[in-house]
Design a protein around this ligand. Structure first.
Ligand SMILES: [Zn+2]
Length: 269
């Protein structure tokens, strides 16, 4: 009997997948159609063992089912330049499902302050309702053409991935806010999280800093939003080099976090 990470009760603990296993299965069959050499991402299915049976099977599993249905409708897409797309969603279910992945991943691999920032969302992830201190944003990323042997080839660098990572944001107020990325193929969701409750002026300062920082900030999916249309000129074309640079920065930040904190399996290769 140990404390459940979600309900904090002392209960018998079960295994919880960091990503919903239904999504991993769909993703793996999708990945099989790509040239794996181009997409260096290798997925493992890490689990954590600190969630009680009731939280796992009763309260959290509807979030997995929801994200899985959204995957079938929209999130399975790996978009190419020139594609437009749309996303219609139940914002609370989406936010809870993404926070769950981020919280799970943080417990498996992140530094203590990142984990602590997620802990207050546990009741919200379980049951919805009130939450504070998080902004959800979406960046739609298209694939890019590959340059091989000095020639532009009609091949696309696929935007095919499942990743949950800490973005090493070091702009204004970086000591008060964290930035998490949950990338599902072309749909990159940012979770901007304040470490504790922050007044509006601090949020404004942070958001201004984030929007002009190194990466594209995407668009906010605020309360009341349940559909976004992303026209061609608002999708983001990322060169393989830019993408690699970004993953490299994330990898380095993760290594630092793991050297400082508990290390037990990561989420990405
Ligand atoms: Zn529980």
């Amino acid at each position: 009997m140990k404390q459940c990470a979600y309900c904090s009760e002392d209960r018998k603990l079960t295994k919880e997948h960091i990503w919903p296993s239904s999504i991993i299965k769909k993703y793996e069959s999708k990945l099989a159609s790509y040239n794996k050499k181009l997409d260096s991402f290798v997925y493992s299915d890490p689990v954590i063992k600190d969630v009680c049976e009731e939280c796992n099977n009763v309260l959290l599993s509807p979030l997995d089912a929801y994200l899985s249905s959204l995957y079938d409708e929209h999130l399975h897409q790996s978009l190419n330049p020139g594609d437009s797309t749309e996303l219609s969603f139940d914002r609370e279910m989406l936010l809870r499902a993404l926070l769950k992945i981020s919280f799970n991943s943080a417990r498996a691999s992140a530094a203590e302050d990142i984990m602590a920032a997620h802990r207050r969302f546990a009741p919200y992830i379980l049951r919805g309702g009130y939450s504070f201190g998080v902004q959800l944003r979406l960046l739609v990323v298209t694939s890019s053409k590959i340059i091989a042997d000095g020639e532009l080839q009609e091949k696309h660098f696929p935007v095919s991935q499942l990743r949950c990572a800490d973005i090493p944001y070091d702009g204004p107020l970086s000591h008060r806010f964290i930035v998490r990325l949950i990338a599902i193929n072309s749909f990159w969701f940012y979770l901007l999280i304040s470490k504790k409750r922050e007044p509006e002026d601090k949020w404004r300062k942070f958001l201004t800093g984030f929007k002009t920082w190194k990466i594209q900030p995407g668009i906010p999916l605020g309360p009341g939003v349940n559909k976004v249309e992303i026209p061609v000129n608002q999708t983001t074309y990322m060169t393989p080099q830019l993408m690699e640079t970004m993953w490299e920065a994330i990898r380095r930040a993760q290594q630092v976090a793991q050297a400082d904190g508990p290390a037990s399996g990561g989420t990405a290769a």
